[in-house]
Each structure stands twice: as C-alpha cells, then as structure tokens.
Write a protein that binds this ligand. Structure first.
Ligand SMILES: *[C@@H]1O[C@H](CO)[C@@H](O)[C@H](O)[C@H]1NC(C)=O
Ligand SMILES: *[C@@H]1O[C@H](CO)[C@@H](O)[C@H](O)[C@H]1NC(C)=O
Ligand SMILES: *[C@@H]1O[C@H](CO)[C@@H](O)[C@H](O)[C@H]1NC(C)=O
Ligand SMILES: *[C@@H]1O[C@H](CO)[C@@H](O)[C@H](O)[C@H]1NC(C)=O
Ligand SMILES: *[C@@H]1O[C@H](CO)[C@@H](O)[C@H](O)[C@H]1NC(C)=O
Ligand SMILES: *[C@@H]1O[C@H](CO)[C@@H](O)[C@H](O)[C@H]1NC(C)=O
Length: 391
C-alpha cells in the first residue's frame, strides 16, 4: 500500500500520453520506432525510444507486448538514463504462463550489492573483536568492492560489530544477485547476534531490497553465497550488451523507481524460424477506471484464442478489478478455456486467479498499480465470454 501512496504523491511530475491500442501490421519498415508508453506491436526489429534525453516521472510504468516475427530475439539497451531502482523487465508468454521475467538494468555495470549501516540507541554488547569486519559506528560497504561481478561459488562473510557499543541498523541500499525460487542459487542472509547466538533474520536474492534490521545485540553477520553457475547468465544486461530470448510473444515492462528518471532506447531484432501470430485479442486499459467486455462485439469467442488485456492506469493508483459476467466453457480444473489474472508485484507478474464456467471470481486489487487479464480457449466449446470493470 505504501507504493500506492508514493505513486499518488508523485503524480505531478510529468504527464504521460496514454498508450494507443493498435495492431501495427506494417512489416515493410525494417526498424519500427516505438515511442509510446506501451502498446502491442508486430515487428521483426524495433527500437523502443522512450523519453530519450528527457525525463520520466517517478513510478511510471509502461508495458509493451511484442509479437516478433521469428523465434530468437536479441535485445540491446542502446542508451539509458535509468537509475538503479528503475528496471526494464522482459518476460516470455506461452499458453497462459508468463515466465522468464528478466531484468535489464540501465545503470553502470556494477553487480553485487551495497549496504549501509548506522548506529544509534542503547549500548549493546561488544562481540567479535579481533575479526576483520566492519567495526566503525557507521559506514557503507559494497560487495564486490571493485564494482565488478561477483564470482561463482562464493561464500563470503561480513561482520558488523562496531567497537563502540551500539545497536547498528543494517540497511541494504542495492541488491543485484541471481534470483532463484527460494533463493536456492545465490543468496544473502543476515544473522543478528541475540541471546548469545547468531539467528538468521533475513534471507534474500534477486534485486529486492529487504527491510532494515536493527542489530539489537550489537553485532550481526551478513553471509553471501553464490552457486557454481554464472551468476548473471541471461539475467542482467547493461548498455551495449546483447541479450537473447526465444519466445512466441515477449512482454516488456518498464517500471520506474520512486524518483524521476531519464529515458532509454531498447532495440530488438528477430532471427531464426518464423513464429505464428499468437494473440487473438489485446487491449491496453490505461484509463483510471472503466468497463471491458470480451469479445468486444458481444458474439461468442472463437476456438483457440489467446487474448491479453493490461490494466495499467496511466494515472498512478491501485485499481480493483471486478468481474461482472463470466461465461467460459466450464471444467472442473479449467483445463480447456480459462481466464487468468496476474498482478504486477515485486517486479514480476504473479498469477492471482484462474477461473472458468460462470462463477464470478473475487475482486482483485492491483496494489502496485498494474495487472493482466489473459484468456485462452481450446478447440472445443465456445461461449459468450466475460466482462469486467476496474475502479
Ligand atoms: C523515432 O520517433 C521520434 C518521434 O517521432 C523521433 O524524434 C526520433 O528521431 C525517431 N527515431 C528514429 C531512430 O527514427
Ligand atoms: C504453466 O505453468 C504451470 C506451472 O508452472 C505448468 O504446470 C504448466 O504445464 C505450464 N503450462 C504450459 C502450457 O506451459
Ligand atoms: C553511505 O553513502 C552515501 C552516499 O555516498 C551517504 O549519503 C551516506 O551518508 C553513507 N552512509 C553512511 C552510514 O555512512
Ligand atoms: C551485439 O550484437 C551486435 C550485432 O547484432 C554486435 O555488433 C555487437 O558487438 C554485440 N554486442 C556485444 C556486447 O556482444
Ligand atoms: C461499467 O458499466 C456499468 C453499467 O453500464 C456502470 O454502472 C459502471 O459505472 C461502469 N463502471 C465503470 C468503472 O465505468
Ligand atoms: C467487489 O467490488 C465491488 C465494488 O467495486 C463491490 O460492490 C463488491 O461487493 C465487491 N465484491 C466482493 C466479493 O468483495
């Protein structure tokens, strides 16, 4: 809910043109020049030039859906004014699943993380003296110290134990390590000294900044370990580096941090085997509230549909999605036709609900301001579709 408040506060910074809802069929121009905030595009190569040289307000979000002509798609960030809290996320989409969410960062090619700590409050216990560690009352520390990538098979340990007794607060300011489900690959862990032992109080990975930890016992330990695989294979790319993704449909989401930032250019080109046009319906719903029906004309939907509707109001807010009508082929586990909702949460699309038949699903609030409704139909029955509103 915090982020919602921030978004509303930062509203005044710049006005943004709403994304057009267009299917571009023009394959003649070799490089499509995309300058809008979001939209659906079919292209074999394109450059998203978004506010290049200009500024982007805080908490801005845009979603581009690219139907590439071929299976291999190379992405290159060719210019960037983005900061460390901004991100361009590239995901693939296949039959109702959004997978391989990957972040392209725009800032300098430093990898790793940085943390700062400062002390205040009651005096605590002085422990772990004699170890090499962070013993000043406050300070900043970055790992790796040389600003380069960390290595594989790392197992690093950072002790925070101010020699002046204090209760330091540990705050991570930057985290950029390989993300894995359950942080099984690379991970950072924080242990606080409490009751004469180190207790694990946090374990994390990816680029999520964890909440601050106060080391009430006066000392703490940060451990970092990486697995034997290249920490960044396919996950990070900076200006000028190439990144290849193979998919029938690519979703690019830009999400600005809580402060204004500068624009960027992202190019892509397709090669390899041709792919078939995947989406049968698309809408970019960027008004503050509204109604949407699918099929739009009120007939029944067709067999073998794959449709996608983004709800991402251009005016920052937390829209609630409410279905008012559902008539989709019923099945005990929605194995044929289904509507699926994803919410944008923690820089990923998370599946929030799947339904079919005529049951109205619960309301869903997109607390980070955006979400996705997708629809799939099989080659069996067809029904009259669904209606929803967002407010
Ligand atoms: C793309 O379009 C924008 C706006 O029309 C224009 O300023 C820019 O020069 C174009 N870029 C290229 C590479 O054509
Ligand atoms: C989608 O993902 C689910 C779970 O992650 C998996 O079980 C299912 O097979 C996937 N479907 C397709 C068509 O890939
Ligand atoms: C950490 O570095 C930042 C930027 O250089 C500085 O503003 C901040 O005061 C430092 N924090 C501590 C605890 O020294
Ligand atoms: C990216 O690919 C282009 C051609 O597709 C090549 O010219 C360029 O050197 C590549 N960049 C890197 C960093 O590999
Ligand atoms: C959706 O349509 C219904 C009926 O026309 C109307 O009452 C409702 O206010 C609309 N909702 C929004 C968010 O526009
Ligand atoms: C869903 O939201 C609407 C208003 O937008 C409200 O009238 C309705 O009671 C809500 N439904 C549920 C199940 O919470």
């Amino acid at each position: 809910m915090n982020s919602c408040t921030l978004k509303i506060i930062s509203l005044f910074i710049i006005a943004v043109s709403a994304a057009p809802n267009v299917f571009l069929e023009d394959e003649a121009s070799p490089i499509l020049n995309i300058t809008t905030c979001g939209g659906y595009f079919e292209a074999s190569s394109a450059t998203i030039n978004f506010q290049v040289g200009g500024s982007i307000r805080a908490d801005m979000r845009c979603v581009w859906v690219i139907q590439p002509s071929n299976v291999y798609n190379q992405f290159t960030l060719t210019s960037s004014g983005l900061g460390g809290n901004d991100g361009i996320y590239v995901a693939t989409y296949l039959y109702g699943n959004i997978s391989s969410q990957r972040k392209i960062v725009g800032h300098a090619p430093t990898m790793g993380f940085s943390l700062s700590f400062s002390s205040s409050g009651e005096s605590g216990r002085q422990v772990l003296t004699g170890y090499a560690g962070l013993t000043t009352a406050s300070g900043n520390y970055s790992y790796p110290e040389n600003g380069e990538r960390y290595g594989n098979n790392e197992d690093a340990l950072f002790l925070i134990a101010p020699t002046v007794p204090a209760q330091p607060t540990l705050r991570f300011t930057y985290v950029d390590i390989e993300f894995g489900s359950g942080c099984l690959y690379d991970q950072l862990a924080v242990f606080t000294w409490f009751d004469n032992e180190y207790k694990q109080t946090a374990r994390f990975c990816g680029d999520t900044i964890p909440t601050s930890v106060t080391l009430v016992g006066g000392a703490g330990l940060v451990t970092f370990s990486s697995d034997r695989y290249n920490a960044y294979s396919g996950f990070k790319s900076v200006v000028g580096q190439n990144y290849t993704i193979s998919a029938p449909l690519v979703i690019i989401t830009f999400s600005a941090g809580h402060s204004p930032t500068k624009g960027f250019s992202l190019s892509f080109s397709s090669s390899g085997l041709p792919v078939q046009k995947f989406l049968t319906g698309y809408a970019d719903l960027t008004t503050k509230s509204g109604n949407y029906s699918y099929p739009v004309k009120g007939n029944s939907y067709a067999n073998n549909e794959n449709a996608m509707f983004f709800v991402a109001p251009a005016v920052p807010g937390c829209p609630t999605l409410r279905f008012t009508f559902v008539d989709v082929e019923p099945h005990s586990y929605c194995g044929f036709d289904y509507v699926r909702i994803f919410t944008w949460l923690g820089n990923q699309y998370k599946q929030a609900a799947t339904f079919c038949g005529d049951r109205i699903p619960p309301n869903i609030t997109f607390i980070e301001g955006a979400g996705l409704v997708m629809f799939h139909s099989s080659d069996r029955l067809v029904k009259s579709g669904f209606k929803f509103e967002w407010v």
